[in-house]
Design a protein around this ligand. Sequence first.
Ligand code: CP
Ligand code: NVA
Length: 335
Amino acid sequence: GLGRGPSHLLSLQDMTPNDLTSVLSTALKFKQQARAGTLQPSLKGKSLAMIFSKRSTRTRVAAETAMALLGGHALFLTSADIQMGANESVRDTAAVLSGMVDGIFARVDAHRDLMALRTHASIPVINGLSDDYHPTQALADLLTMYETVVADDILGTGAQLPDDWTVPDTRFDPTKLHGRKLAWVGDGNNVCHSLVLACAKVGLNATIAAPRGYTPKPSIVAEAARMPVVTHSPIDAVRGADFVFTDCWVSMGQEAEAAARRKAFKGFKVTRDLIHAAGPKAHWRFLHCLPRKNDEVDDAVFYGRESVVFREAHNRKWTIMAVLHHALGVGSWQE
Ligand code: CP
Ligand code: NVA
């Protein structure tokens, strides 16, 4: 678009609050249009290279099915497929892909690998998870929280959301989330970092409870225009919360630390007892990016009436579809 260069998404800091509103409105529109069968193939003839050095269910399936619905094509390139990293440099890979495809969606270990791709690519580079960030996850999380607050208005506070229910008005209104409390209980990791940045952009008040040594990186927290509260007390975090989040205690690539982590995170499991001891809002909601282990949340919460985890997973599709439409089609986060 207009001499601005490609619309990269390495971190949510690549989007202004207005960009975020625009992209989430597109996601709401796509979700409705897909149901009505009126989706326009805005990425006809476009291709997306998906360089994934780690496993994925949601991110991969969301992106591939989104590209198909928009009339485009996705190539899934694991480390066993692509030359990059084994026989070819990031620089040469980026130069080659820039002349053949219209965007790169990459899941990497070190965030700097994404920065290197961005440096050498002339097409948009989108982060599909790095050690520091998971921006497309945070977009789905915002959309899901938004749906629940709109549902509270329309269906009644705390009402169950039927699977096929979505908001009638496709204009995302961030003021509906403003001032609400989000509690994160667990690892101050990649998913947590992007959620903190997302909260700052829509005016959600985030409280992070993490064990000592596992709090979010101060340099990343400092990027947020609205600083989260960081504590070591899960009960303090959950008290009065509208939304309770967690993620696994052992992320991909941290398997060697599993035993030490399980020990450090003792007391950080999200259970009904924890929530009730804290005294949450009468109607709170539980979210989790998935994949889920039994360590960090019990079945009663994960499958309970407050849980919107599968809606959240499905919303990966509409939010990633919106990101791809804007980055590869429109060339800007604004329509
Ligand atoms: N939440 C998420 O990114 O899931 P996958 O690892 O399955 O893509
Ligand atoms: N924190 C997790 C998120 C997976 C989607 C990981 O990095 O493995």
